[in-house]
Write a protein that binds this ligand. Structure first.
Ligand SMILES: Cc1cc2nc3c(=O)[nH]c(=O)nc-3n(C[C@H](O)[C@H](O)[C@H](O)COP(=O)(O)OP(=O)(O)OC[C@H]3O[C@@H](n4cnc5c(N)ncnc54)[C@H](O)[C@@H]3O)c2cc1C
Length: 216
């Protein structure tokens, strides 16, 4: 049976539409003040956004999903990190030199410079950074290709890894999130265009002369 449409429904939908247009316009104005755009609120995008937020940059993070974390949220969260307090507490002797040898031997066409950088900095840039954000590791575990146990398992697995990073983003009012929004196109301009040229319910064209970090 068809229900008669009440006049109030038209009013209601008009008001909702007006509210949406106002918020969309307000949003566009706010975006003119952006320093950077991050596409993807997975662990890569959130890490970048939290660091930029801490540095005082005005950042908008866009994600097609309605929740943070991307694949990390459903992952085991295990991280290969070299020579950490966790390993030492377990009596494991590790070093960047040992890890470099392992990664070069096991890896498929490894990038030597990246292997060196990773092994020399993973303790400071990953372990110390994550612990500082509140991530807790329960143990270092064995993994194929590693001659010592160096896969660090966070308490809470992937969610226990990525949630503190997201929380850190929320500490910074200069980091904003735009959920349920798909980036469909990137146009790089030299001049001061609106960073986000079009905005509908579920898609967006990123149009920017500012840095855009693609983390999707
Ligand atoms: C079951 C499982 C277990 C895993 N276990 C481990 C592990 O133990 N250790 C390990 O190191 N790795 C593991 N991984 C892999 C690891 O989770 C991923 O490599 C990592 O999470 C990738 O992070 P990312 O931020 O680069 O990308 P993603 O997590 O893929 O994030 C990309 C984000 O971009 C968004 N996005 C995509 N396209 C668009 C668009 N057009 N517009 C707007 N937003 C968009 C997505 O919604 C998503 O949120 C596992 C993965 C799975 C699935």
């Amino acid at each position: 049976m068809r229900m008669p449409v009440q006049p109030q429904c038209y009013w209601l939908s008009s008001m909702l539409f007006a509210a949406w247009v106002c918020s969309a316009n307000g949003f566009s104005r706010a975006q003119e003040e952006l320093d950077a755009i991050v596409v993807g609120a997975g662990i890569a995008g959130l890490s970048a956004a939290s660091e930029m937020g801490a540095a005082g940059l005005r950042v908008t993070v866009i994600d097609i999903a309605s929740v943070f974390g991307g694949h990390a949220a459903m992952s085991q969260g295990g991280l290969a990190i070299v020579d950490t307090p966790q390993q030492r507490a377990q009596g494991i002797e590790d070093s960047p030199e040992l890890a470099k040898r392992d990664f070069r031997t096991w890896g498929d066409d490894p990038d030597g410079a990246w292997v060196d950088y990773y092994c020399d900095h993973s303790r400071r840039d990953i372990y110390d950074w994550l612990v500082g954000l509140g991530v807790k590791f329960e143990s270092a575990l064995p993994a194929p290709g590693n001659s010592v146990d160096r896969t660090h398992q966070p308490i809470g697995r992937g969610l226990g890894l990525v949630t503190p990073i997201y929380r850190k983003c929320l500490d910074h009012p200069n980091v904003r999130f735009l959920w349920n929004t798909r980036a469909v196109k990137l146009i790089v301009r030299q001049q001061n265009y609106h960073p986000i040229e079009q905005n509908t319910i579920d898609w967006i064209i990123v149009c920017s002369h500012k840095p855009v970090i693609s983390a999707m």
